[in-house]
Design a protein. Structure first.
Lengths: 289, 102
């Protein structure tokens, strides 16, 4: 199968659809499954896989950001402020991607997979914990009017929330931007906990806001990759289409089921992928299928 | 503000995926089993990819204009900065590719 043939495109589209479906069900970006699929299954150079991953991340993020905004969960002011951090990080990541050898990218990806597995494990435990007390507001957050509210369907009223430690948040977002452009993922796995712990946002707000930022971050780096001719249309276009459809279907399933057994299954999948990617970092010693 | 942005995101991503779908169907219909690259199909899919990249940037540009309109100058500057960072990166990328081509 050579790149660009119709069959190849169709295979990539279907694989991405599966990846998007997985991501959508779990409520995370599809990039984390698409990159391993493209590199391990299709044997694609990781740099090209990253380009295709970024395009599909944009597609998924645009689709889900729209529905989150309809529910007034996204804090647009905060998102745009933090995007300064993520876009700067994205540009740094692009410079680094020229310097780092491939094996470093594989190893970094392994770490991200392990972090995601760990997070899914934590999520499983504290699913039914009530939200904590209102956090104090940062002086800057008040000045920039970042504090806001969101509608809670259970309480049937608007819940106010404050934004804490804006500068720490900006710094962490910079790091997330670097990882995102290096690995072609949305790095929502890094953004959401960063916003939880630094800014102390309600979980729904932080995931909606992170989703909103992911598209812009990915576009900042995808633009550069595109300008350098490192985005293969024959790979990126079907990957984006497949993952968008998959994510759409997946998000519908997520609304109906949130089973802890499914989570356990996916933790195992993530761990297997982590091992695979780790082995792929040393192509000399192991055989990669 | 939410309404305009939601519309842009929703219809923008649908529009982009329609281009990609047409391109893929065309490449299937024309050369199902042969190995040649279909230029037209590639270009159609390329349009979809470019649209997807442009969509989030358009979103920031829209936010920038809304903040200007609302005379919220601090946030106009913040969103303008984001646009500037993205544009700088893109131009640097274009320049870098030209240098390597020459």
């Amino acid at each position: 199968m050579s790149i660009g043939t119709p069959i190849y495109s169709l295979m990539i589209c279907l694989t991405s659809l599966a990846a998007g479906l997985l991501g959508g069900i779990l409520g995370m970006a599809s990039g984390i499954f698409i990159i391993p699929a493209l590199t391990l299954l299709f044997g694609l150079d990781i740099h090209y896989a990253v380009g295709a991953g970024l395009i599909s991340v944009i597609g998924c993020s645009c689709g889900s950001a729209a529905s989150a905004m309809e529910n007034r969960l996204t804090n647009i002011r905060l998102a745009i402020l933090l995007e300064i951090g993520t876009t700067l990080g994205a540009l740094t990541g692009i410079i680094l991607s020229g310097v780092f050898p491939e094996s470093v990218l594989y190893l970094l990806f392994t770490v991200i997979l392990l972090v995601s597995a760990h997070q899914m494990f934590l999520k499983r435990k504290k699913d039914h914990l009530p939200t904590g007390p209102e956090s104090p507001a940062d002086r800057w957050a008040t000045k920039l009017r970042l504090n806001s509210s969101y509608p809670d369907p259970l309480l049937q009223c608007d819940v106010n929330y404050n934004v804490d430690r804006v500068f720490l948040g900006l710094f962490l977002m910079y790091g997330a931007g670097v990882v995102s452009s290096l690995l072609g993922i949305g790095s929502g796995v890094l953004k959401v906990p960063a916003m939880d712990s630094a800014l102390r946002l309600p979980i729904k707000v932080s995931s909606a806001t992170s989703n909103f930022m992911i598209g812009v971050t990915a576009a900042a780096s995808a633009g550069v990759y595109y300008a350098r001719g490192e985005i293969l249309t024959g790979v990126a276009a079907p990957a984006a289409l497949g993952s968008m459809i998959g994510a759409f279907i997946g998000s519908k399933i997520l609304m109906r089921t949130s089973n802890s057994r499914i989570r356990t299954l996916f933790i195992i999948v993530l761990l297997i992928l982590a091992v695979k990617m780790f082995l792929a970092a040393f192509p000399g010693k192991t055989f990669i299928g | 503000m939410e309404k305009i942005l939601t519309g842009l995101l929703k219809y923008g991503s649908i529009f982009a995926s329609v281009w990609i779908t047409i391109g893929m169907i065309l490449s299937m219909a024309r050369g199902g089993s042969s190995n040649d690259h279909d230029r037209l199909a590639d270009q159609l899919m390329g349009i979809g990819v470019v649209l997807l990249i442009a969509l989030p940037v358009a979103r920031v540009a829209l936010i920038f204009m809304i903040f200007l309109f609302e005379r919220d100058y601090i946030f106009a500057v913040i969103s303008g900065t984001v646009l500037l960072i993205i544009a700088t990166g893109f131009l640097a990328g274009v320049l870098a590719s030209h240098i390597t081509l020459m």
